[in-house]
Design a binder for this molecule. Structure first.
Ligand SMILES: [Zn+2]
Length: 408
């Protein structure tokens, strides 16, 4: 049961939400903005100050009077640990609460080594980076991890991931949570890329589709400014939609005719290799395109049209205002965007394409790691989570947060 004091500080999370825009505000401004009684506001500010979520600053008054104390969001109050684990490479970062990167590493880490070896590497990398930036474990607000396969949202566990042997059902949140004593959130890589791109580059877009074209093809969906995961977390898996041109090609999922089987980086590198052009993966395909290899250029343009064909239906169905294209293959830029645009604008309804922007990812290979940080920060700063922390009325290092896979 909440005591009277706890009852009035329980709205501290909502107050923090107002201050998160970074603008400093005085007590008078906050009273006006929230309609709260001055005493209630004072208790909530004290609760946020005691946890260092906000800090006081002195605001000069234009009339030349005594400066009033204002309060501003403290981005340095906590840190987020973020990891984007791909099929063959990984990117890891420590960020502040505004997603500013304080330390970052990128390394070749094949995910098919299995969960224990991969996560042990991640644990050690996080520990080294914490030492490097001088942070301690009690400053961690959470750990966000992106994985290159389907993740069941309710448990944070991978489900039958095709390129991740040994990972099926592995308790990633519990494994990392036990080692760092912080909440752990796990999602598939394209969902976190969509979150990162939306937060950092397209915050004004209400409805956004992030398409990742790499070894495989998938998309992340921002609907009404929130990540849409679907019932089980499988929303956006467009790589296995059937396309006519792939009718007799077997996909890695076992079905015939998937989009991925003709338009992914893996499919293109396999096609080039079969024709005697050296190409081991998506990055080799992009290298060939940049070098002007005619066959690679034709393949990537055709892949753009194939993906555009599937996206044209999605545009009619979902009506996004922005389609962002990321992943290794997107590094080929206009060569892939041209085919995509050509088909989407000719095949989708005029009303749906009237104000539609189709563009390459601004964050590029950092979209995932920034998105993993966003996922964790949004969870940690959600009004409900903040209220829980302040009403516990005890030092933060005894909060006793266990592994957690909630939503931001
Ligand atoms: Zn398939």
């Amino acid at each position: 049961m909440l005591s009277e004091a706890n009852g009035s500080i329980a709205g501290a999370g909502a107050l923090l939400k107002i201050l998160r825009d970074g603008q400093a505000r005085t007590r008078a401004e906050l009273v006006q903005l929230t309609g709260l009684a001055r005493s209630t506001l004072g208790q909530r500010l004290d609760a946020l100050l005691s946890q260092r979520w906000i800090v006081p600053t002195e605001e000069a008054i234009s009339s030349g009077g005594r400066p009033a104390v204002a309060f501003t969001f403290n981005r340095g109050a906590r840190i987020a640990l973020a990891a984007d684990l791909g099929a063959t490479h990984a990117r890891v970062a420590i960020t502040d609460l505004g997603t500013e990167v304080l330390a970052e590493r990128a390394d070749e880490v094949p995910i098919d080594r299995g969960p224990v070896e991969t996560l042990t590497w991640l644990q050690h990398t996080f520990e080294e980076m914490l030492a490097e930036t001088g942070h301690t474990r009690d400053q961690i607000c959470g750990i966000g991890v992106g994985l290159p396969g389907p993740v069941e949202h309710s448990s944070g566990r991978p489900v039958n991931p095709p390129i991740m042997p040994g990972w099926d059902g592995f308790p990633v949140p519990e494994w990392l949570g036990e080692r760092f004593g912080a909440p752990v959130l796990v999602d598939n890589d394209v969902n976190i890329m969509a979150l990162g791109e939306h937060w950092a580059a397209r915050p004004e877009a209400d409805h956004l589709i992030f398409v990742k074209i790499g070894t495989g093809i998938g998309c992340g969906i921002i609907s009404d400014r929130h990540l849409h995961r679907g019932a089980q977390g499988a929303a956006g898996d467009i790589g296995h939609i059937q396309v006519a041109s792939a009718a007799d090609i077997v996909c890695r999922c076992g079905n015939l005719g998937c989009l991925e089987a003709v338009a992914s980086g893996a499919a293109m590198s396999a096609r080039l290799s079969a024709d005697g052009v050296e190409a081991a993966d998506s990055r080799d395909v992009v290298r060939l395109v940049r070098g002007g290899n005619t066959q690679a250029v034709q393949l990537i343009r055709q892949a753009g049209r194939e993906i555009g064909d599937v996206l044209a239906s999605i545009v009619n169905f979902f009506n996004p205002s922005v389609i962002v294209v990321g992943g290794d293959i997107a590094e080929a830029g206009e060569q892939v965007l041209a085919g995509l645009r050509e088909v989407i604008y000719s095949r989708s309804l005029p009303l749906a394409t009237q104000h539609l922007t189709i563009t390459a990812s601004e964050l590029s290979d950092r979209a995932g790691v920034i998105g993993a940080a966003v996922m964790v920060i949004e969870h940690a700063l959600a009004p409900g989570t903040v209220d829980q922390a302040v009403t516990r009325d005890r030092p933060r290092d005894t909060m006793g947060v266990a592994a957690d896979h909630g939503t931001p």
